[in-house]
Design a protein around this ligand. Structure first.
Ligand code: NI
Length: 138
């Protein structure tokens, strides 16, 4: 278990009140847990700026009736096999599908994959959820 360190910070009263309101709304048990979560969030954002491996998910919503949209999505994922782990397909309604592509690898490669997937005709929305492999995050 990592050694615990303590530090104190000074804040404007208004800022602290806003933070405490956020803590209560988000359900953090303590200020310390909230601060840890925020610090890790910044560190994960920084991981995505570097060259190391990161993890995440690409979310795609599309109309599967568009010509060969599924075939094109599969081709692109095969072209990016180094960073594509698996895909989950959800039939949202008669026309629309949600595809969740779990990804891991260098952030630059994952962004290239997102750009390629987003460019397919028939894609209504494409977004990237960014997280970490956890291997370098304390
Ligand atoms: Ni479907």
């Amino acid at each position: 278990m990592a050694k615990l360190a303590r530090f104190s910070i000074s804040l404007d009263q208004d800022l602290l009140q806003a933070f405490d309101t956020l803590i209560a709304r988000e359900g953090y048990p303590t200020r310390s847990e909230a601060v840890k979560h925020l610090i890790r969030g910044v560190l994960v954002d920084e991981e995505w700026q570097g060259e190391g491996n990161v993890a995440g998910a690409v979310l795609l919503v599309y109309d599967h009736h568009k010509p060969d949209v599924i075939g094109k999505l599969v081709d692109i994922q095969h072209d990016h096999m180094d960073c594509t782990i698996c895909t989950q397909h959800v039939h949202l309604d008669h026309n629309n599908c949600l595809e969740i592509v779990t990804v891991r690898g260098p952030a630059s490669q994952i962004r290239q994959l997102l750009t390629a997937l987003r460019s397919v005709k028939g894609i209504k929305h494409a977004t990237l959820l960014t997280t970490t492999t956890g291997s370098t995050l304390p």
